[in-house]
Design a protein around this ligand. Sequence first.
Ligand code: FAD
Length: 159
Amino acid sequence: MKTGVDYLKDKLAWDEKAAKIVYTGRLDEYFGFSLGRLDWRSLRFEVETLDQEDFQHNAVVNYTEREPAFTRITEHKHFDPSLKCKKTVITKEYPDSFEEGKIPYYTINDDRNTALSGAYKVMANKQPNVIFLGRLAEYRYYDMDDSILRAMEVAESLL
Ligand SMILES: Cc1cc2nc3c(=O)[nH]c(=O)nc-3n(C[C@H](O)[C@H](O)[C@H](O)COP(=O)(O)OP(=O)(O)OC[C@H]3O[C@@H](n4cnc5c(N)ncnc54)[C@H](O)[C@@H]3O)c2cc1C
């Protein structure tokens, strides 16, 4: 097994190594963006160490109104209640536009992107030995449990 490898950079060599490829990268990138680029939403994270033992008494608090600008604060120590520390680390999560170099977090389900991803999916279905799997390759939002379920279903169909 190898990690930290960009499959698309050496696609032909990797394709020769396996009868089936499970591709989990970006759908449009697989096809060299030949029909155009799909849009994404990105996120920006601000991490702060606070000189207090507790900030919000909870691991994650969502903020759904226009103000403040952040949409979520995560206070990491609450993921493990056994952690005792006089300070606390929080991460504020801000919505951000996507451009190359940033992480594509969320799909944009407007008319343009629905049509474009649909056209790429037609092309994907014609790749005989490639299974397009996951949020990037299927251009859809998955909750974690749904993505694991889908991966298990695909594994079962292959094994
Ligand atoms: C900000 C954020 C918060 C979330 N919060 C929650 C939550 O609270 N609860 C919940 O249930 N779900 C949450 N989710 C959703 C959850 O993270 C996803 O459902 C899950 O990670 C999707 O798994 P995946 O395998 O489809 O994609 P990913 O986890 O993105 O995996 C794709 C993999 O493909 C690899 N890859 C991409 N391109 C290439 C390439 N060219 N070559 C080789 N490898 C490549 C990547 O390195 C990565 O390992 C959240 C998602 C986001 C973005």
